[in-house]
Design a protein around this ligand. Structure first.
Ligand SMILES: Nc1nc2c(ncn2[C@@H]2O[C@H](COP(=O)(O)OP(=O)(O)OP(=O)(O)O)[C@@H](O)[C@H]2O)c(=O)[nH]1
Ligand SMILES: [Mg+2]
Length: 251
């Protein structure tokens, strides 16, 4: 990334009071020129939004907090955050979780590769990628199968980590995808974005990351959520199977 470019890191939060401070400092400690941070909080009951506001006063002009009202959801939060980033004239947008499963240390690598691709994806399931050591073989196999086999074969995509949530977008890619097309929440939001990206013919690069489990804060992940996500992949297929590169939204 050249010095004159603007990067906005978008982090959605829901009950991340224990992580948001450490994550903010880790992001700014990268000292990436032109880096801005947007926290998109869905009125977290644990006060994450208020803590983020306090942090923003320490990084004037570089950190913004959005407080969403109405129904909460990862998809709603990301769409609002991406739209804001585009309005702020970001050249590049990074999306990531607040719980340190996505290490900020990969951001400079993303920025090096984004010069030649339309989106760079931090992937657990390409060579060199890795999940937390505490995962047993069964958990790893189920996740690998769901991402790299089940979802990938239904949608016919090349992406191996179809639910990856750590990505660096070029602004043209996010604009061309047309966020109005994207309807899903949770894991399926990532799947739908990945599918539309490939249907529209954008150049995707997956780079390996190590994905540790969240250390603090509560997990909202249940088997019901996983099964629901698996079934919704079919909806994503039906909704977007007819898309072609000529359907990119042009300004
Ligand atoms: N704004 C907003 N953020 C959310 C919502 N749900 C989850 N998040 C955030 O999205 C990111 C990913 O969510 P996680 O809870 O880590 O999901 P996960 O990694 O599948 O599951 P665990 O790490 O096991 O909890 C985190 O930064 C969350 O705080 C939501 O409804 N609204
Ligand atoms: Mg997590």
């Amino acid at each position: 990334m050249t010095a004159s470019k603007k990067l906005i890191v978008v982090i959605p939060t829901y009950d991340e009071a224990e992580n948001v401070g450490r994550m903010t400092e880790a992001i700014f400690a990268l000292n990436v020129p032109g880096l801005n941070l947007l926290i998109v909080d869905d009125l977290s009951p644990d006060g994450t939004g208020r803590i983020a506001e306090e942090l923003a006063t320490k990084h004037p002009g570089q950190m913004h907090v959005m407080h969403r009202e109405g129904p909460r959801g990862l998809g709603f939060a990301y769409k609002a955050g991406f739209r804001w980033a585009l309005e702020q004239d970001a050249d590049y947008v990074v999306q990531m979780d607040c719980d340190f499963s996505h290490s900020p240390k990969y951001i400079p690598q993303f920025l090096a590769y984004i010069e030649d691709y339309d989106v760079v994806v931090g992937s657990r399931y390409v060579q060199g990628g890795k999940t937390d050591e505490v995962w047993g073989v069964g958990r790893w196999l189920l996740s690998w199968w769901a991402n790299s086999i089940y979802t990938r074969l239904i949608l016919g995509v090349k992406t191996m980590d179809t639910t990856a949530g750590f990505k660096c977008w070029r602004r043209e890619t996010l604009a061309g995808i047309d966020l109005n097309r994207i309807r899903s929440q949770g894991y399926v939001f990532q799947v739908e974005m990945a599918y539309v990206t490939e249907r529209l013919g954008y150049r995707v690069l997956e780079i390996p990351i190590y994905f540790p489990d969240r250390q603090v804060g509560e997990s909202k992940m249940t088997m019901k959520v996983k099964i629901d996500a698996a079934l919704r992949v079919w909806e994503v297929l039906r909704r977007h199977r007819h898309l072609h590169p000529s359907d990119r939204l042009t300004a």
